[in-house]
Ligand binder design. Structure first.
Ligand code: BES
Ligand code: ZN
Length: 877
């Protein structure tokens, strides 16, 4: 029996074809009972059946195997053993089971846990009474916590589900109900059999809900389920879902496979949302939209999350990754295509420019030596959680975007549609996608893309002009400033002084020189002189960074100021420059001079990144050059003044969605940099809000900024603002409002008050899914947060240790540090408190600390910095 232990995959002598699953949850006792009958195809004679199970109790006499021969024959296992570490159930039979069909029947019991995975309970209130609902969350590998099964994405089977539940409750599963029988206080609900699907997509929800309903033009019934009394808040998501289903049907040239789609808000939910086939589950904040109290950013979040999960109904559910190594096919692709859908529904959101937020997060993680390739080896279920990260999602989405723009939108779509057709109701690997695209385009897609998915990292392309010659060279970019070994096939796009004068080529070697005249041929008729700019990675569709020589850099800065470039290109120039600065390949002096060129910027995404970069510089300057900190703050205030004046505090009639989002971010930044007017105005408006929660003076889009501003002034001895904010938290029943508040509480400058807010995160008033929002601590809070993490480590481990949320705590607390001593201290703590499921995140966070520390040292050597920042702080425009 022991030889089945320690294997990454289940043995393949029994292949599941169909599950008949019956579950009976007890919501008061928080337990469940169940039975499963699995139709198996035995493909090799065997004495053993090995499947997954975890935290279930299975009695020896509750297992039988029926050989479907004439006559049928029932076998009882001689041994039934559950190996907890490997999460497998091994059944041994005295008699060899012959090749052919059979049915494995198992009865089992389990606990409705409070860990937001497997079959779990979520708490809610109904008419002032506390209640539990029962919910499943199976991805990546927790179906085995609900019923014994072949819990691997490649083991697809049909599911016929039956539930026994209290008669007054709503009971949902992947498929529509076929029959319902009431008997006393209970009812039994039978669901239609599903098409073949992976276990991680099976779902069940039992509780009290209201819903709103609509249908697509071809008759798919779509519902959004919410808390009783809040059905109105589901209307926006319902609209998006109906439109998106229609759009994806066209895009993939394949209809949605199931007769219905339910989407449901779950009060306790670890991820943002989960694409269960036909029953998509969400955090409340990612599904519900309240006209009065939700912000523009909340609306956008709902739209993109819905589009993402519905994309999975094709990419993931209909065609599933063969193994977790190909997780990025699911997540990277769904992320990319969710932008496509959102753009088609809401073109005014300029969502493709906002996509650059995804790319830059991907670039940030992948700039670490501790990154991993998109296609990553997975040897144990425990390792899967950690790869739901910026590499699988954001780098994955970015390399898809790069490929799409290289191949062209039409060719890309046609090839995808044929990929979906070919692998419908089956599984696929990364190579299968490349093969379809290669066939559709005639381009060597596999060769091109392998360099992006099988090795970690990405290149920085250096470009310089030299006597009518353009020189391109690539090397691996690392945020540490070190030179990596990687080498890529880079799709280079390039513009010369105008978007009409452009060229593309593949940079395959380390370096390449091109004669400008020859390269451009007839494109350039005259020499445009010193002001002509050159921009590589046009519209930032490529997943790489660019470093220009000095003269090209100066020309680009000029082009930024003159607003000749697209928003995406302005974003890219700033973002690359920031990355190069952190890697000490560019000075902070030159970066802040470039930032000043963005003063009159109006694009949301560009400004939002400028704000992020300012915060980061503010943080690092506090460590590196504390004497200059006030000048830095004044510089940032000066920098954002133009936007602050343009936007004001009150929404303008008919203003854009993007300006509405931007206002909050600008005000919040001004508050953090200590802008007096902003702080005072925030206080005034907050006071009005406290007496009238519907005041027009504090619309949802500026609430978070206002909360952050009032917390800037709160201290332990003057806690009024803090207490008032908590009062708002306790009184609201809108999750988005609660999240805004949790994200503001630790922005005070007083370590004692920060500690109080951190402790609040672990109180019964904060759902464990939300505590991590409270880790947005001010600079003064960094050491407090670290001390707090250590003090509460055992508790955190108990609450979060079995899921992926724990990694967020580690990253949030550790990565802002900027000294080698701290890195060492953190390392030592975790050496004595090891935890395999955070291993990757910890290494990455420590690497970030060391990068910060090196950056601090670099900045301290910059002799021209003081003069530069002083001049910029008080520059008159
Ligand atoms: N499949 C994931 C949900 C998931 C995440 C399951 C992590 C298990 C572990 C889902 O499709 C997803 O990607 N959700 C995102 C939201 C999305 C819009 C990026 C999430 O949960 O953050
Ligand atoms: Zn996803």
């Amino acid at each position: 029996m022991d030889h089945f232990k320690g294997q990454p995959r289940l043995p393949t002598f029994a292949v599941p074809k169909r599950y008949d699953l019956r579950l009976k949850p007890d919501l008061d006792a928080c337990r469940f009972a169940g039975s499963v009958a699995v139709n198996l195809d035995i493909v090799d004679p065997t004495n053993f059946i090995v499947l997954n199970a975890a935290e279930l109790s299975v009695q020896n006499d509750a297992v039988s195997f029926t050989i479907l021969d004439t006559p049928t024959k029932v076998l009882k296992p001689s041994r039934v053993e559950l190996f907890a570490d490997d999460e497998i159930l091994v059944l041994e039979f005295q008699e060899k089971i012959p090749v052919g069909l059979g049915v494995l029947a198992i009865q089992f019991e389990g606990i409705l846990n409070d860990k937001m995975k497997g079959f779990y309970r979520s708490a809610y209130e109904y008419n002032g009474e506390k209640k539990n609902m029962a919910v499943t969350q199976f991805e990546p590998a927790d179906a085995r916590r609900c019923f014994p099964c072949w819990d691997e994405p490649a083991c697809k089977a049909a599911f016929k589900i039956t539930l026994d539940v209290p008669r007054e409750l709503v009971a949902l599963s992947n498929m529509p109900v076929v029959q319902e029988n009431k008997d006393g206080n209970l009812k039994t609900v039978w669901y239609q059999e599903s098409p073949i699907m992976s276990t991680y997509l099976v779902a069940v929800v039992v509780g009290l809900f209201d819903y709103v309903e609509d249908h697509t033009s071809d008759g798919v019934k779509v519902r959004v389920y919410c808390q009783v009394g809040k059905a109105n808040q589901g209307k926006f998501a319902l609209h998006v879902a109906v439109k998106t289903l229609e759009l994806f049907k066209d895009y993939f040239a394949t209809p949605y496979l199931l007769p219905k789609l339910d989407m449901i808000a779950i009060p306790d939910f670890a991820a943002g949302a989960m694409e269960n086939y036909g029953l998509v589950t969400y955090r409340e904040t990612a599904l519900l939209y309240d006209d009065q109290h939700s912000a523009a950013a909340n609306k956008q979040r709902v739209a993109t999350v819905v589009a993402h999960e519905l994309a999975h109904q094709w990419f993931g559910n209909l065609v599933t990754m063969e193994w977790w190594t190909h997780l990025w096919l699911n997540e990277g692709f769904a992320t990319w295509v969710s932008y496509l859908a959102t753009d088609s529904l809401f073109p005014e959101w300029k969502i493709w420019t906002q996509f650059l937020d995804e790319s830059t997060e991907g670039l940030k993680l992948d700039g670490l030596a501790e990154s991993h390739p998109i296609e990553v080896e997975i040897n144990h279920a425990q390792e899967i959680d950690e790869i739901f990260d910026a590499i699988s999602y954001r780098k994955g989405a970015s390399v898809i975007r790069m490929l799409q723009s290289y191949l062209g939108a039409d060719c890309f779509q046609r090839s995808l549609a044929s990929y979906i057709k070919k692998h419908t109701c089956s599984n696929a690997k990364t190579e299968d996608l490349w093969a379809a695209l290669e066939e559709g385009s005639g381009e060597p897609v596999n060769k091109l893309m392998t360099s992006w998915t099988k090795q970690k990292g990405y290149p920085v392309v250096f470009v310089k002009v030299n006597d009518q010659k353009l020189e391109f060279s690539q090397s691996q970019f690392l945020s540490s400033g070190a030179q990596g070994e990687g080498h890529w096939i880079v799709p280079i796009t390039i513009c010369f002084g105008s978007y009409d004068v452009h060229k593309n080529f593949l940079l395959q070697t380390k370096s390449e020189t091109r004669d400008v005249k020859e390269f451009l041929g007839s494109l350039i008729t005259e020499d445009k002189g010193a002001n002509s700019w050159i921009k590589l990675n046009v519209d930032q569709t490529g997943f790489y960074r660019v470093k220009y020589d000095e003269s090209l850099t100066a020309r680009l800065r000029h082009a930024v100021e003159k607003q000749i470039l697209t928003a995406s290109d302005r974003f890219g120039i700033l973002d690359d420059s920031f990355a190069l600065c952190m890697a000490r390949q560019e000075s902070l002096t030159s970066l802040i001079n470039l930032m000043a060129a963005y003063r009159e910027e109006t694009d949301y995404t560009v400004l939002s990144n400028l704000i992020t970069i300012s915060h980061k510089i503010n943080h690092i300057a506090a460590d590196a050059v504390p004497d200059l900190l006030d000048y830095f703050k004044q510089f940032f205030i000066n920098l954002f003044q133009y936007s602050a004046e343009r936007l004001g505090w009150d929404p303008k009639p008919g203003e854009s969605h993007l300006d509405a989002m931007l206002r909050g971010e600008i005000l919040s930044a001004l508050a953090v940099f200590g802008h007096d007017f902003t702080l005072n105005e925030a206080n005034k408006r907050f006071q009005t809000f406290l007496v009238d929660r519907n005041t027009v003076l504090l619309p949802p889009d500026i609430r978070k900024a206002t909360y952050v501003a009032v917390m800037q002034q709160a201290t332990k001895s003057n806690q009024l603002a803090y207490d008032s904010l908590l009062k708002v938290y306790r009184e609201t029943d809108l999750s988005q409002e609660k999240t805004r508040i949790l994200g503001s509480l630790a922005s005070s400058h007083d370590p004692d008050l920060i500690l109080e807010s951190l402790n609040f995160m672990l109180s019964s008033e904060v759902r464990s899914q939300d505590a991590v929002f409270g880790l947005a601590v001010s600079r003064e809070g960094q050491d407090v947060a670290w001390a707090w993490l250590k003090t509460n480590w055992e508790h955190l481990k108990k609450t979060y240790g079995s899921g992926f949320l724990i990694t967020r705590f580690v990253k949030a607390v550790v990565s802002p540090f900027a000294s080698f001593e701290k890195a060492k201290e953190v390392e030592e703590f975790f050496a004595t408190h090891p935890m395999p499921s955070i291993a990757r995140t910890l290494k990455q966070s420590l690497e970030r600390v060391n990068i910060n520390a090196n950056w601090v040292q670099g900045i301290q050597k910059e002799t021209s910095l003081a003069d530069a920042v002083k001049e910029l702080a008080y520059r008159k425009y």
